[in-house]
Write a protein that binds this ligand. Structure first.
Ligand code: ARG
Ligand code: ZN
Length: 879
């Protein structure tokens, strides 16, 4: 049963400290087939200064109370009210500590929302962030109430030989009737959203880690039976993460065990529960034959992310959910830095920026806009967004740029020292950096409160050895309606000489402050002048994407082409090319023509593909043609997805034809046949480039033979998937495509993670007939809305990965999607709401489609029984 909406908003300005504090929690959870009996003892007392007459109000969510006792005695029923969503107890002692014992009874088997305690393939598991603990017991379920926990689990030995919870294992033993128990002690005070348990028949991969100060930690990754051998890369990533956090941030692990569990049915990526991280199995299980290089990179990132939360999230948590970016933005920054150090920095940065533009920019520029720190919400689960996570990480990155490496580290050290054990705020966080460095961060703080993507306009002029650069920032008011004050924008730059080296030029004192290679733009407008230049340099702006802004640099195509070839900053070369491509595709899509690309741009792309001294992964990124949704975003208004599709296809053909010969030679040179598969970054980069070239070669040949041969001969999932995508997407209906899809299906039908890929592959074919295909797929025996990965593979694959068909002019794509969301909402509101964000850019389409989308959304919104999650997204999307 989902929660329906009462329209209530929670506001940051209403924050009040808790009236009661919990010191310690004891739980006894007895798991049975069909139900779970939960006994919770909350050791609490009234907070200092709190009103002695205030009742104790505990959160619940669809709970039913079995029994209630205070300090060992049943409470008079006149003293409490037990509603499904709230337990109110009156006349509690003024300031003495008390022990409240609560019994609840749950049905994990019928929990389809996958929040609280549920069963996934028979395994009992929990998800409590953000507000799932209140589905297990009545509790002050808010992140600023921290307590130690002692948890006793009991279950049938057969059904659940493994019993896990947070902290360190304590006693365990047998009970009557084939049952057994295990007790877990978590000595670190934590908020309830970090509680977890897992129980079931699980296989395990074990390893160990010794921390810098000598603590021996037992590491374990648990999987469903028979899959533990697919966890070796995850384990390796975990050990590397632990070592990196010691090296880079001086952070050590703090328990005797660290457990990771891979679960099939999971609403998101993973969860950082103290000492017991629970993962979507997609982010744990890997094998060369079933996982792509992107999957390997994803596992590394998510393993690191959840591990890093142990300090940024668990030891220091959030005071309230408005501060979510305090842990998420910071932890994404840390996982990005980890990947940059473990792989290749420039490649990682380009991938992050590409992701930011694809996910966060449209959110920040549409109806779901919100500041990195929101000030109100109806449903907190809808704020686990690209803005909170990815833009949140960009803000931390800017802080590091502004303060420099040493200043940033000093601020982090102070944050860890000062706030360990606290539930903190963004103000607390920023104050540490201000106190550690003396910097004034008042203006910087605006980044957390002002929603939207600032525009940064740059103009340059050159004469008499002087380069004058004018900068102007502006921020439009968007859906969030937040402020538009000028912010502190760190702009990293370089002046590139004709020989491809940076020119060291002294800035003439001006309005903007320059420190090294960073211009600090703190006013709406500023000018910087460089003098004594022997030649006119090419200005490479916003290197490494030093701020999350839209750059409008009035720069000639010649300069951009030169930077694409010469910029010593790899990111700068990528940006020059992606700007040129983006502009060409935008113009073609607007004009609805299929003009070939500027031959000089084509030549630059072909040159890059063949440039031996560049690592292949970077070359693959440089020659990538922007996707259709990216082009649609650049068009911005009255988008015609058919024109976008044709413009993109024409661009691919221009590059393919001009480059075919060189591409062939480069691709041949990359092949290392006979070498065993290795997922390392440079091998993955070679595969990425080889497969990008295969796409162009197939487009040039206009026939599927080569891709089919590549599919047939592939000895790993990366190459197989790339070839299958070329066949299915570029040659739909061909016998080669059909055969590849069938073989793929038959070979991997029993492997859910690979079958998800097959669903997505078919749902993303940019051919009008795909609508019938997705209809048919939703009746496939292996399709189910109950598994979030499967629902995302088909519905999400279609709605976000198939611009041409989702946005069909007749509105059928919108209606099919909206109908599925309505069905899914009854089972799993959180996943339905997440998938509904596929509609967020509906207003930027041409009038006919706009009307169709509005109608489909309105029909869905008119259903009387929608969840709070989906209703919130629909209301904001339509408003
Ligand atoms: N804290 C988790 C992570 O990012 C995600 C939890 C998301 N929870 C939710 N209800 N959406 O690592
Ligand atoms: Zn996180």
């Amino acid at each position: 049963m989902q929660r329906t909406d009462d329209g209530q908003k929670i506001r940051l300005s209403d924050y009040r400290p808790p009236a009661f504090l919990v010191r310690h929690v004891e739980m006894r959870i007895a798991l049975h087939d069909g139900h779970a009996a939960v006994e919770t003892t909350i050791h609490a007392r009234r907070a200092e200064g709190a009103d002695p007459a205030e009742p104790l109000v505990l959160d619940g969510d669809h709970l039913s109370l079995v029994a209630l006792a205070l300090d060992g005695t049943a409470i008079d029923p006149r003293r409490f009210d037990a509603a499904p969503d709230r337990l109110t107890i009156r006349d509690l002692p003024g300031s003495d500590a008390f022990a409240l014992r609560i019994e609840t009874r749950l049905e994990p088997e019928t929990n389809t929302e996958l929040m609280g305690l549920y069963r996934s393939n028979g395994i009992w598991c929990t998800q409590c962030e953000a507000e799932g603990f209140r589905r297990i017991t009545y509790f002050p379920d808010r992140p600023d109430v921290l307590a130690t926990y002692r948890v006793r689990l009991e279950a049938d030995h057969e059904a659940a030989p493994v019993l896990l919870s947070n902290g360190n294992p304590s006693e365990s033993g047998d009970l009557d009737g084939g049952r057994h128990f295990a007790v877990w002690d978590d000595p670190h005070p934590k908020p309830s959203y970090l509680f977890a348990l897992v129980a079931g028949r699980l296989d395990v991969l074990r390893d160990g880690f010794r921390t810098a100060s000598g603590r021996a930690v037992d590491l374990a990754v648990y999987t469903e039976p028979g899959l533990a051998d697919r966890a070796t890369y995850a384990m390796d990533a975990l050990k590397r993460s632990m070592a990196w956090d010691e090296r880079r941030f001086g952070r050590e692990y703090d328990l005797d065990v660290f457990n990771v569990v891979a679960i099939s049915d999971f609403n998101m990526g993973a969860m950082e529960n103290k000492g017991l991280n629970v993962f979507n199995h997609k982010y744990v299980l890997l094998a060369p034959d079933t996982a792509t290089d992107a999957d390997y990179a994803g596992v590394e990132t998510v393993i690191a992310h959840e591990y890093f939360h142990n300090w940024t999230g668990n030891r220091i948590t959030c005071r309230d959910w408005f501060q979510l970016c305090l842990k998420e933005g910071l932890t994404v920054y840390r996982d990005q830095e980890f990947s940059a150090d473990e792989r290749a920095r420039t490649v990682k940065r380009i991938a992050s920026v590409h992701g930011l533009k694809a996910q966060q920019f449209p959110e920040d520029q549409g109806p779901l806009q919100h500041p990195v720190r929101p000030t109100q919400y109806r449903e907190i689960n809808n704020f686990y967004t690209a803005t909170v996570y990815e833009k949140g990480a960009e803000l931390v990155r800017m802080l590091a740029t502004i303060l420099g490496e040493a200043g940033f580290r000093a601020g982090m050290d102070l944050y860890f020292a000062r706030h360990d054990g606290d539930a903190a705020t963004i103000e607390d966080f920023l104050r540490c950096f201000a106190d550690a460095t003396g910097a004034d961060l008042a203006q910087f703080a605006l980044w957390y409160d002002q929603a939207g993507t600032p525009e940064l306009e740059v103009q340059e002029s050159f004469g008499d050895g002087r380069l004058t650069v004018s900068l102007r920032q502006s921020l439009a008011k968007g859906a969030a309606g937040t402020g538009t004050e000028p912010m502190h924008i760190p702009v990293r730059f370089g002046l590139v000489g004709a020989d491809g080296a940076d020119i060291a030029a002294e800035p003439v004192a001006g309005a903007a402050e320059i420190e090294g290679d960073v211009i600090h733009l703190v006013t709406a407008e500023a000018e910087v002048v460089f003098d004594g230049l022997a030649e006119r340099p090419r200005l490479s702006m916003l290197r490494d994407f030093s701020a999350p802004v839209t750059l409008r640099h009035e720069q000639s195509r010649e300069d951009k082409l030169a930077l694409a070839r010469l910029d010593p900053n790899g990111f700068g070369r990528w940006r020059a090319l992606s700007d040129l491509l983006g502009e060409a595709l935008r113009a073609a899509a607007v004009a609805a023509d299929e003009a070939p690309l500027d031959p000089r741009l084509v030549e630059a792309l072909v040159e890059c593909a063949a440039e031996e001294r560049l690592e292949p992964a970077l070359r693959a990124q440089m020659i990538a043609i922007p996707g259709e949704s990216e082009i649609a975003r650049l068009v911005g208004a009255n988008v015609d997805p058919e024109a976008v599709h044709r413009a993109r296809e024409a661009a691919i053909r221009s590059v393919a034809r001009a480059g075919a010969e060189r591409f062939r030679a480069v691709r041949d040179g990359l092949s290392r046949s006979g070498e065993p598969f290795s997922p390392d970054a440079s091998s993955a980069g070679r595969r990425a480039l080889g497969n990008a070239l295969l796409m162009f070669l197939s487009a040039a040949a206009a026939e599927p033979a080569e891709a089919f041969a590549a599919f047939r001969d592939a000895d790993n999932m990366t190459d197989r998937m790339a070839a299958a995508t070329i066949l299915a997407h570029r040659f739909p209906g061909s016998s080669e495509a059909e055969e590849a899809l069938d073989r793929f299906h038959d070979a991997f039908e029993a492997d859910p993670l690979v079958l998800d890929k097959w669903f997505t592959l078919r749902a993303t074919v940019p051919d009008p007939a795909t609508l019938d295909v997705v209809r048919e797929l939703s009746r496939h025996p292996k399709f189910t809305l109950a598994n979030p990965n499967r629902a995302r593979a088909l519905i999400g694959g279609f709605a976000t990965g198939n611009q041409r068909v989702f946005h069909r002019a007749d509105g059928e794509g919108y209606r099919w999607t909206a109908d599925r969301l309505g069905e899914l909402d009854r089972l799993n509101p959180q996943t339905a709401a997440r998938l509904a964000t596929a509609f967020r850019s509906w207003r930027s389409y041409e009038a006919g489609r706009r009307e169709q989308a509005r109608a489909a959304l309105s029909t869905l919104a008119a259903r009387p029984d929608l969840s709070r999650d989906l209703r919130d997204i629909l209301d904001r999307t339509l408003s």
